[in-house]
Design a protein around this ligand. Structure first.
Ligand code: HEC
Length: 111
């Protein structure tokens, strides 16, 4: 609830929008975020588009304990050379919570 404090109210202004933003902040949902942030224009569930499929990323990192933070950072800052010659541009609008929610969603055993 701390995230829904007064500064958030001031930033958003309208109480109704604030309530929605507040609910959003409490439950960052990786699947929804991936659509909202256009991740799925380059990634598909189980086939390679411009980027690797979600299933391939999950297979590679599911058992890697360091992957969560590493991938969250890459989502924010971009990635190059892990999968091929096409780089992923930085997603600077993604905050830390959102990046981790996206990684949790990608690495979840099933979607
Ligand atoms: C413009 C196309 C594009 C968009 C948009 C995009 N990606 Fe990527 N993504 C790529 C490419 C290409 C790679 C492979 C980069 C590489 O080889 O290092 C990649 C790699 C990744 C990886 C694996 C990184 C690694 O080191 O193995 C993750 C996780 C990922 N993307 C998540 C996301 C998420 C989440 C979003 C939305 C916020 C997103 N991507 C948006 C193209 C994109």
């Amino acid at each position: 609830m701390r995230r829904c404090g007064r500064s958030a109210v001031r930033a958003v202004g309208i109480p109704l929008v604030f309530a929605a933003a507040c609910a959003w902040a409490q439950t960052p949902d990786g699947a929804n975020l991936s659509r909202k942030l256009n991740c799925m224009s380059c990634h598909a569930a189980d086939r390679t588009l411009l980027g690797p499929s979600i299933a391939d990323i999950r297979r590679r990192y599911a058992n890697d304990p360091d992957a969560r933070d590493m991938l969250a950072r890459k989502i924010q800052k971009g990635s190059e050379g892990s999968w091929g010659s096409v780089p992923m541009p930085a997603n600077t609008q993604v905050n830390d919570d959102e990046a981790h929610a996206l990684v949790d969603w990608i690495l979840a055993p099933q979607h």
